[in-house]
Design a protein around this ligand. Sequence first.
Ligand SMILES: [Zn+2]
Length: 292
Amino acid sequence: MPAYGRHPASQYLEIQNRSFLIDCGEATQMQLMRLQSNFHRINHIFISHLHGDHYLGLMGLLFTMHLQRRVNELHLYSQPGLDEIISTQLRYSRSALLFKVIFHPLNADAIEKIYEDDVLTVETIPLSHKIPCSGFLFREKVKPRRIDKEKLPQGLLLQQIASLKSGEDIRDDEGNILYRNEELTFSPRKSRTYAYCSDTAFDGSFVDQIKGVDLLYHEATFLEEDKAKATETKHSTAQQAATIAQQAEVCTLLLGHFSARYKDLLPFLEEAKKIFPNTKLALEGEEFSIQD
Ligand SMILES: [Zn+2]
C-alpha cells in the first residue's frame, strides 16, 4: 500500500539514450511528471507480475499517452492476461488508442531473452511468488573500442575507423598489417548490468544468473523480525535480500518494496548492511547511476 509518501513499484531506467519503464504501480504517471522524466520516450514497459501494486498505474499512463497523441508503438512485456485487462477497459470506455500496443507474454518459469537491440539485451529472471512473477536482467553488450584521436593517422577511411572500433587491425590490400589495433585504440567502456528482482520469496535459484551484476534491486518487504510474514506472503526480508546480494557477489544492492507497516526505513538498511555493506534504499524519486 502507499504509505508515508512511498508509492507502489515503478522504476524508470535509462541506458544509452533508451528509456524503459519497469513496473507501473498506481500514480506512476504522476511521479514521472513530478520528476520530469520524459515518458514519451518509453517504448518498452516491463511488468513483473499482475499484483495491483505493480501495474495499476498502467491504464492511466496509456490514456495520457493517447491524449497527448502518441504515435509510436509501445511494447508491453507481462505475464499472460494483461492484454485482456487492457482491452476490457478500452472496450467499456469505447476507446481505441492512437498508437499500437504490442503485447509480449512472459513465461515465469524460464529464463528468456525478451528484448535485444544494438546495445543491450533484457532477459527474464524466474522468481518465486504467489502468482507467476519475473524479474528482468538488463545487460549492455560489449562496447566499441575507443579511438585514440591523438594517434590516429590522417586519411583513414570511415570503414577503417569502424574496423578499429570493432577490434580489428588496419591492413593494406595484400593483407599486411599497417597499424595494430592496440596502437590506435583504448579498451572499451565497461558493459553494465542491472538486475530487477521484483516480488519474491527468499530464493537462491537465480543467484547464478545475476552473478556479479553492477546493481541488484531486490525487494525487501519485511524486516527479519517479521520473517514469518515474509514466508507466508512469498516476500523477502532485508537480511534475505542481502544474503542473495552476497551470494551473487554483486557490486551494489538496492532495497525496495517496503511494507506499509514500517514508517522508519533505517532498520532495513542496518539489517542488510550487516551482511552486505554496499546497500542502498530505493527511496521515492532517488536516482542511481552505474558508471561505465
Ligand atoms: Zn506481488
